[in-house]
Design a protein around this ligand. Structure first.
Ligand SMILES: [Fe+2]
Ligand SMILES: [Fe+2]
Length: 303
């Protein structure tokens, strides 16, 4: 495992530095702050980072443009194409998750969760940022989704803190410095799409594909946590998302994606690109995690 990490060090050094810069940038730009005397200089620094972020997002967009361009642009056809990503999207059916459900150790599960928690961009804030100036019908669905994320006004039911609770109970210490760059890249992609209005429809696709694909993964992680003796109260975040996101996804597809494409077919390919970008980010994480666990080698030995 260590040798594999060392072998990858050179290749990973450049993306690692970029993702650390973008993570710090996203932390700063999203944190509530106060006016400072240096605000003009800060804007200059921000301008450079925005360009760097743009290059990073465009490179990922280029990688999926051809596949996205093949999606239909009529509302019904596009929604069916989008839903099919649950079966045929990048990273779907990754062997990492059955392994987490059936075979990993508690330490391995904790390492996986630490990476996931550190790479968590905050679905509720991304949804809130994305809904700005959207037409009424999609805006209302984004509002209902946001409200669920917020525990429908009840702090104990908020989704973010449910995940934090599990992390606390397992004694996890998620930090940017100990998070693999692939996981940081996933979070930085989600924030980049939600924070720049030119990617508003990409963000709709990226968030929607999380709702679509999360239940399958959440169910397998929940099974693994149960097998490892984590009490049901502690693992509630994963039990909840295995069920609730099925409903969220159906509503997102019917109330957000279908009407947006019906109103303007040009947005279909932007939504498709965003969804594929998000799935590619996930696939890259699963691949890295499997390498860290030595799963790829174990599978090759068994073949
Ligand atoms: Fe959630
Ligand atoms: Fe959800």
């Amino acid at each position: 495992m260590l040798e594999a990490s060392l072998a990858n060090l050179d290749i990973d050094a450049a993306p690692e530095r970029l993702q650390h810069r973008l993570s710090a940038f996203n932390h700063t730009r999203l944190s509530p702050a106060l006016p400072t005397p240096s605000w003009k200089r800060d804007l200059d620094a921000m301008d450079e980072l925005l360009r760097e972020e743009g290059e990073f997002l465009e490179a990922q967009r280029r990688a999926v443009t051809a596949r996205a361009a093949a999606a239909p642009t009529d509302a019904g056809g596009f929604t069916a194409w989008f839903e099919a990503l649950n079966e045929n999207g990048p990273g779907q059916g990754d062997p990492l998750f059955p392994w987490l459900a059936e075979a990993c150790s508690l330490d391995e599960m904790k390492w996986f969760l630490t990476q996931e928690v550190a790479g968590e961009a905050g679905f509720e804030d991304l949804t809130a940022m994305t809904q700005v100036k959207m037409p009424v019908r999609p805006k209302l669905e984004l509002a209902r989704n946001y409200w669920d994320e917020m525990g429908r006004g009840n702090a104990k039911g908020m989704h973010g803190p449910l995940l934090d609770y599990l992390a606390e109970r397992l004694g996890l210490e998620p930090k940017v410095e100990t998070t693999v760059w692939e996981s940081l890249a996933l979070a930085n992609t989600m924030v980049g799409l939600a924070a720049n209005r030119r990617y508003a429809y990409h963000s709709i696709g990226a968030l929607g594909v999380i709702e679509l694909t999360a239940p399958g993964r959440a169910a397998l992680v929940a099974t693994g946590l149960k097998r490892l003796g984590v009490p049901s109260h502690d693992r509630h975040y994963f039990d909840l998302h295995a069920i609730l996101d099925v409903k969220h996804s159906a509503a997102w597809n019917a109330e957000v994606i279908h009407p947006l494409v019906a109103e303007d077919p040009r947005v279909a390919h932007a939504i498709a690109e965003g969804a594929l970008m998000r799935l590619e980010c996930g696939a890259r994480c699963f691949d890295r995690y499997r390498r860290e666990f030595g799963l790829t080698e174990r599978a090759a030995e068994m073949a």
